[in-house]
Design a protein around this ligand. Structure first.
Ligand SMILES: CC(C)(COP(=O)(O)OP(=O)(O)OC[C@H]1O[C@@H](n2cnc3c(N)ncnc32)[C@H](O)[C@@H]1OP(=O)(O)O)[C@@H](O)C(=O)NCCC(=O)NCCS
Length: 165
């Protein structure tokens, strides 16, 4: 097993992160500009998995006080509120050659911890039907079918309440 370090993103990771986004998603992939915006605006909510200097995976997000996260502009950080009560995952992706070795598990665990540290109330996301069981492994609950048609796909809402005391 490779030594994996989970750390916050820096502006130097843009090309690697965009490459991961492009290879892991199709019509629903974020543009380079969107990834750049997420790095610039909310690096606290953007983690990368690194091994031997190579970025293998990433998770990025925005924050909001809203519960409805289907607004397309939000993916471009329009309406992002740094101290918003909810944190919304946009991308969770691991390079295909590193999938199946626990990289996303490390990213998710660290992201959940970081969200608690930021005193977020809930983590929200939308995912395709195939990934509902994936998020349930981390305690996420099913919130119903989303009205989003992002990338021409059908999406489902998932949420994790963070009991911060
Ligand atoms: C989904 C993805 C991030 C998983 O990354 P990964 O590093 O291969 O996942 P891990 O090896 O950390 O697996 C963690 C757990 O999730 C499970 N898992 C992985 N993919 C899954 C899937 N599609 N559905 C359900 N469970 C899944 C694993 O079996 C493992 O379970 P275990 O802890 O019980 O053994 C990766 O496959 C990917 O980048 N896919 C393309 C982008 C994408 O679709 N992301 C989902 C965003 S909605």
């Amino acid at each position: 097993m490779l030594p994996i370090k989970i750390r916050h993103v820096t502006e130097h990771d843009l090309d690697d992160c965009y490459a991961i986004e492009s290879v892991c998603y199709t019509s629903d992939a974020a543009t380079r500009e969107k990834i750049q915006k997420r790095i610039q605006v909310f690096p606290e909510g953007f983690l990368v998995a690194e091994s031997n200097g190579h970025i293998m995976g990433m998770i990025n997000s925005g924050s909001t006080n809203k519960e409805d996260i289907t607004d397309e502009a939000f993916k471009d950080m329009v309406g992002h509120v740094r101290d918003g009560k909810n944190i919304v995952i946009f991308s969770l992706a691991v390079l295909p050659e590193f999938q199946g070795s626990g990289v996303s598990k490390k990213l998710m665990s660290k992201f959940i911890g970081a969200s608690k540290d930021m005193k977020k109330e809930k983590i929200l996301l939308i995912c395709k039907a195939d990934f509902i069981s994936y998020y349930q492994k981390y305690g996420f609950l099913y919130g119903g079918k989303s009205k989003s048609t992002h990338g021409g796909f059908e999406w489902h809402e998932m949420y994790l309440s963070l009991n911060v005391d």
